[in-house]
Each structure stands twice: as C-alpha cells, then as structure tokens.
Design a protein around this ligand. Structure first.
Ligand code: GLN
Length: 305
C-alpha cells in the first residue's frame, strides 16, 4: 500500500503544474504550488503516507462538514434544515445570486459559503470565542490531535478581505436566516476556515466518518450514525463544489475540498484519506489531489457506487 501511494503521488506531481494556488485570500498565495502529499488510515489503524504529508495547511471549506455536524448536535436536524437546504447548486462555492430566488429563500446547501455561514451561526455558545472553542475541541477530538490550532495570519487575511462572505452574511440576516450578530457568525466562520491540519489529521477525520461517527482508536461515540451519514451524503452531492457530479462518477467517494488545497475523503467502513496539493483547478479543487483520488479509487476499488 505504501508503495502504491508513493507511486501515485510521484506520478501526479507534474499535474500540479496545471493548477494555481488560491490568492483571493492573500495569505494563501504563499503556499508552494508544487506540493503534493497524502495519508491513508485504514480501519485497523495502519497509516500510509507519501509526499508532503507533513505540511500544515488551512482546512478552509473542509471545515463546513464538521461545523454542520456540531450545528445538528446543538439544534437537531429540524432547526438546521429550516435555515439551509439539501440540494446541490451547480454554482461556484461563493456564489450569491440564488439567495435572491424567492422560491428557494435559503442557501441551497451547507457546503457552499452562504449555507456554511448560516450553519455556523447556529453553533451554540455565549460569544464567538466560546463557539469557536467548542468547534476546535471537536476538530481536535476527531482528528486525534490536541495540538490543532488556528492559523492567525490566514484568519486575519480572510477577515480583512472577505467582503463577499460579509455581503452574504448581511443578506442572510436580512432574510431571517442568520438570527444573531452577523460579524460574530463571520468571525467564527473565518476562524474555522483557518484551522490548520496536515494530511494525517485529515485522514483521521475521514476515518471517523468512515466509522459512522465513532473514533476507531478509542471507541468513543462522538455522534449518532445517522448524523455521520448526513455529513457523508452532503460530501457526495455537494462536497467538491460544482464538480461534485463529475467527481462522483470518476471517484465515487464522499469527499470535501478546501481552497487551501486539502481534500478530506472517507470510504465507508474502509479508510480515511487526507490529501494536500494547493494548486487548484478553476473550481477551487486541488488539481493533482483529484487525480490522486481517482487513481486510488480505481486501483483499490473504492467507489461506493
Ligand atoms: N474561507 C474560504 C471562503 O470563504 C473557504 C472557501 C473554500 O474553501 N472553498 O472563501
């Protein structure tokens, strides 16, 4: 397995040349576009790594999966799905225009920015500090790493430049989707996107989801199997933004990407996978990361379909 993973990483390093590092959040532009790394952790706890798997990167949109999990744990499904829908969009992750379509009247799903901001505003806590602390604790638990922190530079960079997200936050407030303080919700959102992890941490999260919400190492049940299934289903239908359909056909694994270059993938009852490759395609997915997952899926027969 280790050789197989190394072979796939080595073969796909040249694919990184086809993509570009995100620079709309200025601090992200510092990443090395040629980096590519991966980690697989199977149900027995075997860890396989290759390439730049130790590099830390901000998880960005990958955080939307676990923020949704906490919002459902805090409020129940019914309350959460009053504020956010269950349908893929076919639009870019930061698109705003469907919020103005009257029949829809709420963000289409929690994996696009508008839906994620709405979901994050539902996380319970006295203030933004308590909310992000609760979310960070959950991330630490399911990635089996107590040392996970927020990258302050990336957080401040997005807070300063995140005008589109800020616009969406205020529109959502006007629509009655965000109830509390908008700046507070945005602050938690920018911070959750700036949580820093490596491929091992991401693979552990994927394994936790693959194991239906129970941490395999400790046997701790963190979340109901049903909620874990909701998260994985969203990963299939909306996890790769407006490439989710193509990804489902070519790879067939629940996965969530982020503009920091990470991809979280979870193969039910088999393994968690963490990928890092900051050179992105036009839709914001790691260009080489997609190819790595495609090869892995083919060679290990991972598609769930
Ligand atoms: N923080 C990023 C944003 O809001 C997350 C987007 C992403 O990873 N696609 O734009």
């Amino acid at each position: 397995m280790k050789d197989l993973l190394k072979g796939i990483i080595d073969k796909n390093i040249e694919v990184t040349e086809k993509g570009k590092v995100a620079d709309y959040i200025p601090a992200l532009a510092k990443a090395n576009p040629r980096d590519l790394g991966a980690c697989i952790i199977d149900m027995d706890g075997n860890i396989y790594t290759a390439g730049e798997y130790r590099k830390r990167f901000t998880i960005q949109s990958i955080s939307k999966t676990i923020a949704l999990m906490l919002a459902i744990m805090d409020n129940g499904e019914e309350e959460v799905f009053k504020k956010v829908g269950m349908e893929p969009t076919g639009d870019a992750f930061n698109s705003i225009y469907k919020l103005e379509v009257e029949e829809i009247a709420k963000p289409l799903n929690p994996m696009i920015n508008a839906g994620a901001i709405a979901v994050t505003s539902l996380i319970k806590g006295r203030d933004s500090k308590e909310k992000i602390d609760r979310l960070l604790s959950l991330f630490r638990k399911i990635s089996c790493n107590d040392n996970i922190v927020i990258n302050e530079e990336v957080y401040l960079s997005e807070k300063e430049t995140g005008n589109r997200n800020r616009a969406m936050g205020y529109l959502l407030k006007d629509m009655g989707i965000v109830d509390g303080n908008v700046e507070e919700a945005l602050d938690v959102y920018f911070k959750q996107c700036s949580i820093e992890m490596d491929c091992i941490d991401i693979a552990n999260m994927g394994l936790f989801l693959a194991n239906d919400g129970t941490i395999p190492k400790t046997g701790e049940v963190v979340v109901d199997e049903h909620i874990s299934r909701i998260i994985k289903t969203y990963m299939v239908t909306c996890g790769m933004y407006n490439s989710s359909g193509e990804f489902a056909i070519k790879v067939g694994i629940p996965a969530k990407s982020g503009v920091g270059g990470g991809i979280l993938a979870s193969v039910p009852h088999r393994m968690g996978i963490g990928i890092y490759g900051p050179a992105l395609d036009k839709r914001g997915n790691s260009v080489a990361g997609l190819r790595v997952l495609q090869s892995l899926s083919k060679q290990l027969d991972l598609s769930i379909f």
